[in-house]
Structures are given as structure tokens and as C-alpha cells.
Write a protein that binds this ligand. Structure first.
Ligand SMILES: C[S@@+](CC[C@H](N)C(=O)[O-])C[C@H]1O[C@@H](n2cnc3c(N)ncnc32)[C@H](O)[C@@H]1O
Length: 284
């Protein structure tokens, strides 16, 4: 396991993923009943963008950095969709700018109400220790050094019977899409009414098509694909295009992403033909 998310924190992929996650959580809060967040690939939770690692790639400057720089130009409805995520960034950086960037555990933790619960799993030994230091003392949070694919078999369905599973692999290994499909199907069979949000890089369109076909064949319904590409750039450049596959999304998510993505796409453009797309890929 070589992947460390500190090199990529706050990049264009994180921006998309975290806006979607924060909106799902805000939707769950429309009811008083407690919910559970299972974050299967948690990372460390909180990132210092002035660290040597984050500065080395500077990926955040093309992601959260650009969003904050251009926020003044965003139309009101776009700001409303970004608000649940931005709230967490702004809370960490009360003086403005962005030194600290919230990973998915921090977003889930900050937005959680007193009745909500989080289960975070992380396999990298050093990242797990940091994650445990960050959240181990919080009674709402369970931090576990466990393989994500086992977590999907062990912790579902949650006793709250409401909530979201975030699946955010590092995509370091060749067959990651197949592992994702297998893990999601096992998790969904245990909890068919849960919301599953899966992040993936868009490098290979056939891998994404295959993932959708496999989920569909397994009987999964009601799935939305949300993609954002900053434009076509050279092969070895950092990741520029990614997507979220959301099973059982809040009914508001499609409309909200259709509102925010045109502005995000324009703001985060880097190469030729930037694009965005929101599509119901498996019907209800
Ligand atoms: C993309 S990062 C996660 C970022 C985090 N979800 C966020 O949004 O802030 C992927 C993480 O998954 C961890 N990881 C990789 N394979 C794993 C596995 N099989 N089980 C649990 N964690 C794993 C990596 O160590 C890395 O910290």
C-alpha cells in the first residue's frame, strides 16, 4: 500500500466527492432519526495543505483552491449546493483561505448530530494511527483497522437502518473496479435500502460501463452517475476526471448536481473539452 491521500487532498476528485457526500448527509438530517456513515477507505481525516507532501503536487490548488478563489462569482443556487461542504472547510479555516482540508471522516464528523454515528475503516498502518488519534476519542465514532471489503460484510446493515456507505478506494491495483463491484454487491445484498456512494477515477470508460452493467445484473436499482472532468490533459498528468456512482441517492441529488456542476466545470477547467454529466444509469 503506497497510496497516501495527503498528496491529493482537496484536488478536483475530492471536491466532487465531498460535495456529494455533504449533500447526502444534509439530506439524511431532514429526519430526526439517527443515521450511520460507514467510510470504508477513510484516510487520515484531516489534511494540512501547507505540508511538504501536499505542496509537492499542489493538486489542491486546482481543486478547493480554485473554488475558493472564484466563489464570489458563483450564482446563489450553486453556493447553496456547495454550502454543506464549504461550511466544513470554512470552520477549519476561520481566518479564510485553506490551510486545513477536511477529508471524508472530518466532514462526516463535523456534520454529525449528537444521535448520528460513524464507522471508519482504514488499512494503512500509519494512516490508521493518525485517524485513530484524530477521532478515537469521539464517542460517536468507531475507528477500525480493517480491510474495506471485509467491513462491507461486517458492518451492514447498520442498526440505525439509515445512512450512507462511502467507498473511496485508492485505485492503485489493476482490478480495483472489479473489487468495487464485488464489494458493493455484497454490501447492497445486506442492506438494499442503504445509500452507497462510490468514487472512481475516469480514465477508462469501459471500466465504468462494466461497473454499471455488473451492478445492474446483480439487481441493484436506482443508481445515479455524477462525473466531472477538468479537460483532456497529458497521459501522465495528475487525475483530472472522476465520478461518483450513487445507489439509492437522495431524490434531490440529481437536481442539486445539475445546478452545481456547470459552474464547477467552468471554474476547474484545465485542459481541452472539460465536461460534466449527471445521469440515472440504472432506473428505479
Ligand atoms: C482515496 S483515499 C481515502 C480518502 C478519504 N475517503 C477522504 O475522502 O478523505 C483511500 C484510502 O484507502 C486506504 N485503503 C486502501 N485499500 C484499503 C482497503 N482494502 N481497506 C481499507 N482501506 C484501504 C488507503 O490507505 C487510503 O488512505
Amino acid at each position: 500500500m503506497n497510496y497516501r491521500h495527503i498528496y491529493h487532498a482537496g484536488n478536483i476528485g475530492d471536491v466532487l466527492k465531498h460535495i456529494v457526500l455533504a449533500n447526502i448527509l444534509k439530506y439524511l438530517q431532514k429526519k430526526d432519526g439517527a443515521y450511520r456513515v460507514l467510510d470504508t477507505h477513510a484516510g487520515v481525516g484531516l489534511y494540512d495543505l501547507t505540508s511538504e507532501e501536499a505542496q509537492k503536487t499542489g493538486e489542491w490548488q486546482q481543486g478547493v483552491g480554485k473554488v475558493l478563489e472564484n466563489l464570489g462569482d458563483a450564482p446563489g443556487p450553486v453556493k447553496e449546493v456547495l454550502a454543506p461542504w464549504l461550511e466544513t472547510v470554512e470552520t477549519l479555516n476561520p481566518g479564510g483561505g485553506v490551510k486545513f482540508y477536511p477529508g471524508s471522516p472530518e466532514i462526516a464528523c463535523m456534520l454529525a448530530r449528537k444521535q448520528d454515528r460513524l464507522t471508519l475503516t482504514e488499512l494503512h498502518p500509519e494512516d490508521f494511527e493518525e485517524l485513530k488519534n484524530n477521532y478515537g476519542g469521539d464517542k460517536k465514532v468507531k475507528v477500525i483497522a480493517l480491510d474495506a471489503w471485509l467491513a462491507l460484510g461486517s458492518f451492514l446493515p447498520p442498526k440505525e437502518r439509515r445512512g450512507v456507505v462511502l467507498i473511496d478506494p485508492a485505485f492503485e491495483v489493476e482490478d480495483e473496479f472489479a473489487r468495487v463491484a464485488d464489494g458493493v454487491i455484497r454490501g447492497w445484498k445486506r442492506w438494499p435500502t442503504g445509500t452507497f456512494a462510490i468514487w472512481y477515477p475516469v480514465k477508462n470508460f469501459s471500466a465504468v460501463r462494466q461497473l454499471i452493467a455488473t451492478l445492474d445484473e446483480a439487481g441493484i436499482r436506482n443508481t445515479v452517475k455524477i462525473e466531472l472532468s477538468a479537460g483532456k490533459v497529458s497521459k501522465d498528468a495528475p487525475m483530472k476526471a472522476s465520478g461518483m456512482m450513487v445507489i439509492n441517492p437522495p431524490w434531490t441529488l440529481t437536481k442539486d448536481m445539475n445546478t452545481a456542476l456547470p459552474w464547477l466545470c467552468k471554474t476547474l477547467t484545465q485542459g481541452i473539452n472539460p465536461s460534466w454529466n449527471v445521469e440515472q444509469v440504472i432506473p428505479e
